[in-house]
Design a protein around this ligand. Structure first.
Ligand code: XBP
Ligand code: MG
Length: 268
């Protein structure tokens, strides 16, 4: 039985990545660095999941292995960036992608559990949810950032979300936008609906049982990319539940799965 939906954040709930890029660039500038990440460079850097890890990769690649002083500076950059990003999300009132609010509402009314499983830092999740769900977050569980021992494409953050939800992988469906995110969800044993985003235009969405441009809205159908199609170009809870019932036990994960940490059981 389908008991939960688990959503990635960046690129899936909302088109956030260019705001992350802008926030990094403002942090560089405020801290007196002449670094600048163009959209093209950022698309390449996005192969590294996690803003801190992405920054470290950029520094090591462009400026050599960081010494202790540079590492301290990188931590300051990321903290500053996270603050700037939160302001950009709040002031810009960044909207959810098509179909997200609708599907979340359908799931909530039907009594399903909802979770977020993201590489991004918790303040970023909180800012996005606060501006889009001012009456309160509909998500029962948020698993994100450094809570996962290993970032996507490792399965840790989806395993953590499943543990906190108290559901088995075969009782949930994951929504992702990137090759690393799809891998992470699959290796946690989850079937995946992929919604290609602006920064994942070139990504393989292989492994997703359905890939679409977005979740669609009645009257504004999505573009079907591969796998299971959806009536009217709209991914609905009824459609997901029907597929899930027909699919029975979704395929076992291709890779290994991390074991959830004991202390995480039952935490939100
Ligand atoms: C996307 C990421 C994050 C963001 C930046 O996460 O990789 O690192 O790019 O956020 P997801 P931070 O698609 O899993 O939501 O700087 O806080 O990492
Ligand atoms: Mg993503």
């Amino acid at each position: 039985m389908l008991k939960a939906l688990i959503f990635d954040v960046d690129g899936t709930l909302a088109e956030t990545e260019d705001l992350h890029r802008q926030a990094f660039n403002r942090a560089f500038s405020e801290l007196g660095l002449d670094w600048h990440w163009s959209p093209e460079l950022y698309a390449d850097l996005l192969t590294v999941m996690g803003g801190k890890e992405r920054l470290a990769h950029y520094v090591a690649t462009e400026h050599g292995e960081p010494d202790a002083e540079r590492r301290a500076q990188m931590s300051e950059i990321h903290d500053r960036k996270t603050g700037i990003y939160g302001d950009l999300v709040t002031k810009g009132a960044l909207e959810l992608r098509p179909g997200i609010a609708r599907l979340v509402g359908e799931a909530k009314r039907a009594g399903l559990l909802l979770a977020v499983a993201s590489t991004t830092s918790r303040p970023n999740v909180d800012a996005l949810l606060a501006v889009n769900f001012p009456e309160g977050s509909p998500f029962d569980v948020v698993a994100c950032g450094d809570e996962a021992e290993r970032k996507k494409p490792h399965p840790d953050v989806f395993v953590l979300a499943l543990t906190r939800l108290g559901v088995a992988p075969g009782e949930a469906i994951a929504f992702e936008d990137s090759v690393a995110g799809i891998r992470s969800a699959l290796d946690a044993g989850l079937p995946v609906v992929a919604t290609r985003s602006r920064y994942t235009g070139g990504h393989s969405l292989e492994g997703a049982f359905s890939a679409v441009s977005d979740l669609g809205e009645p009257g504004t159908p999505h573009t079907h990319l591969s796998g299971i199609p959806w009536a009217g170009g709209v991914v609905t809870l009824a459609g997901l539940a029907a597929w899930h019932g027909r699919a029975g036990r979704p395929p076992s994960p291709a890779g290994g799965t991390a074991s959830p940490r004991r202390e995480d059981r039952g935490r939100q």
